[in-house]
Design a protein. Structure first.
Length: 196
């Protein structure tokens, strides 16, 4: 997912908090669409907040926890739908990014995907082993360039209608308006999280 680079100044602390709250609301809706239980688990009798022990129940509203939970649910759907093409959702997104950008450095691809280089390298290695991309030295040997192969384009064509089915399923369940609000909120959340 590309982050908007509108050149506007980063949101204020209150603005970032509002973005996070709004995004969590839409993540909550998305999780409910997939019938995941967001309720606080039953606490054991031994658990009781005290002056020495904080009340950790508030951690169930953790932004990171709930976003990872939503990501796992959505990733499972896309992985399942893309299985006939022989790739996973993350690999599909990377193939699309490389196809659209043309030859791109590993560093730039990591920045565009907001992905750490170790995770990206692992995914690129899988795609390279499948013959879907080439990773070669750039003009200077410190740079590595990624390009999509002809076989990668074939897999992308096969995967596209499967991706469309997954996308349609989410769009139908969420509704177009809520989905667009979620997408904007997620972009805002990325910007707020990266603001220094």
């Amino acid at each position: 997912m590309a982050v908007s680079t509108t050149g506007k100044s980063p949101p204020s602390r209150d603005g970032r908090a509002r973005v996070i709250v709004d995004t969590l609301y839409y993540v909550y809706i998305l999780l409910n669409v997939f019938r995941l239980n967001l309720g606080i688990p039953k606490l054991s009798q031994a658990y009781a907040p005290s002056s020495e022990m904080p009340d950790y129940r508030c951690c169930m509203d953790c932004t990171g926890f709930n976003l990872r939970k939503a990501t796992r649910a959505v990733s499972q759907l896309y992985d399942e739908m893309l299985r006939p093409a022989g790739i996973r959702g993350t690999q599909y997104s990377l193939l699309v990014a490389v196809h659209m950008s043309g030859p791109i450095t590993v560093t730039q691809l990591a920045e565009n995907a907001v992905m750490d280089r170790t995770t990206l390298s692992r995914n690129l290695e899988l795609l390279e082993n499948q013959g879907l991309i080439d990773v070669a030295s750039g003009e200077d040997r410190r740079t590595r360039m990624v390009t999509i192969t002809d076989e990668g384009r074939v897999v992308l064509l096969k995967a596209y209608p499967l991706w469309e089915q997954a996308q349609s399923r989410i769009r139908e369940a969420m509704g177009e308006d809520r989905l667009q609000i979620l997408m904007r909120s997620l972009s805002d959340l990325i910007e707020a999280s990266q603001a220094r």
